[in-house]
Design a binder for this molecule. Structure first.
Ligand SMILES: Cc1cc2nc3c(=O)[nH]c(=O)nc-3n(C[C@H](O)[C@H](O)[C@H](O)COP(=O)(O)O)c2cc1C
Length: 371
């Protein structure tokens, strides 16, 4: 049975949930190129900040990335409703409300996971947002605030009763942040109590983990966040394993380095050379994780100031992990991308400015190898 989120019928059971500083338009476009059907979400957006800056670029969506949700955080029902209407206008397929973020900066202001301690306010937010929009509403939360207040089951029942069409449950408490292990058996209690679809979330890093999570929790779908960092291929590998029982191999190191470069260059085109290369440093740390001998290269990658720096370092690393053939394959992909899209940074910057107020179509970029 396909998962149904309100009026949306999903073709996949896999969801790449919001990650602030990660699931921007470029990252999502990469995931979409390797997996046509998974569910996607933007990074979280502050509903309050949107009131002052309605043209917030976090809500830019490209035409290729549906089905996609825009995630909002905040605790003022009317502000959240106004922000949700803006998300609907931007073309989101659904609005997700963040009731799970554990970061003190967020919870201090009664946002994110703090709302698990205020179920009445959470209910009011959900029902006010629900009545303001025509697209489905979903909620993402944790097991509870701490071990002595694991209220995910009652909270989930409230969320469903207030009008949500699906939920994502991360199997940790707020107090745990990311420590310990996600408690999948507790997620199964939430799943058993609800009629709307439940995405189980936490600690899926391999296709086998996804199957185990689905078996243990009985969830309808699985949400995979950190496992996709530097490894978007995890999503199609999970999808294939769930749908066909086939475990495809992970891409080789040179393929990962090629994508590391393309990720960097696409970020510089979209966000400009300075911000793009800055932001790509952390992605390249993930793409090179676990590669033998990569540590000194990783250190250099954290200093890059333009895409060419990345190309030079990654070409050397390609030779280390893939020999002469690896280096040639890497350089051929760099050259291929340059020919397709040009190498003149000022041109990219102009293109970016032109895109600021229109939906971005990154579909013209070179395709990413699918395993
Ligand atoms: C860098 C980072 C940023 C995140 N940002 C958000 C966010 O904006 N909204 C949200 O609901 N969860 C956010 N999360 C939590 C993830 O969506 C997910 O619930 C969590 O990482 C557990 O799943 P995983 O074990 O598959 O990583 C973030 C996680 C990470 C690592």
């Amino acid at each position: 049975m396909p998962i149904q989120i309100g009026s949306i019928t999903l073709k996949s059971r896999v969801y790449v949930p919001p990650m602030a500083g990660v699931t921007d338009l470029v990252f999502r476009d990469i995931v979409r190129q390797v997996d046509p059907n998974c569910l996607l979400s933007t990074e979280m957006v502050s509903s309050r900040a949107l009131m002052n800056r309605p043209e917030c670029r976090i809500m830019d969506l490209s035409v290729t990335e549906h089905p996609i949700g825009i995630q909002l955080f905040g605790h003022e029902p009317d502000v959240m409703a106004a922000a949700a209407q803006m998300a609907e206008k931007k073309g989101a397929d659904f609005v997700d409300i963040n009731m799970g973020c554990p970061v003190p900066k967020i919870t201090k202001g009664k946002d994110g996971c703090a709302l698990m301690k205020e179920p009445d306010l959470a209910r009011e937010i959900i029902s006010t947002v629900k009545s303001a929009i025509n697209i489905p509403l979903t909620v993402k939360f944790r097991l509870g605030w701490d071990d002595s207040s694991r209220n995910a089951v009652e909270f989930g029942e409230m969320v469903e009763g207030a009008g949500a069409s699906a939920v994502t449950v991360h199997g940790r408490t707020r107090q745990q942040l990311y420590s310990g292990k996600a408690d999948w058996s507790f997620i199964s209690k939430v799943k058993a109590a609800l009629s709307i679809p439940v995405f189980g979330n936490g600690d899926v890093f391999e296709p086998e983990d996804a199957i185990r999570l689905l078996e243990i929790t009985g969830c309808d779908g699985v949400a995979v966040a950190r496992g996709t960092l530097g490894n978007p291929w995890l999503i199609p590998r999970i999808t294939r394993y769930i749908d066909e029982g086939i475990l495809t191999p992970a891409p080789d190191d040179v393929d990962r380095l090629i994508l590391a470069y393309l990720h960097c260059v696409w970020l510089t085109r979209y966000k400009g050379p300075r911000i793009g290369s800055n932001e790509s440093r952390r992605h390249m740390t993930h793409y090179t994780k676990g590669m033998t001998g990569a540590a000194p290269f990783r250190a250099r990658l954290t200093q890059i100031t333009c895409a060419q720096d990345a190309a030079d370092i990654l070409a050397e690393l390609s030779e280390l992990v893939g020999g002469k053939e690896g280096r040639e394959r890497f350089l051929a992909n760099v050259e291929n991308d340059n020919q397709k899209n040009g190498v003149e940074p000022s041109k990219w910057h102009r293109q970016r400015e032109e895109r600021l107020h229109s939906p971005v179509d990154l579909g013209t970029l070179a395709p990413v190898a699918v395993p």
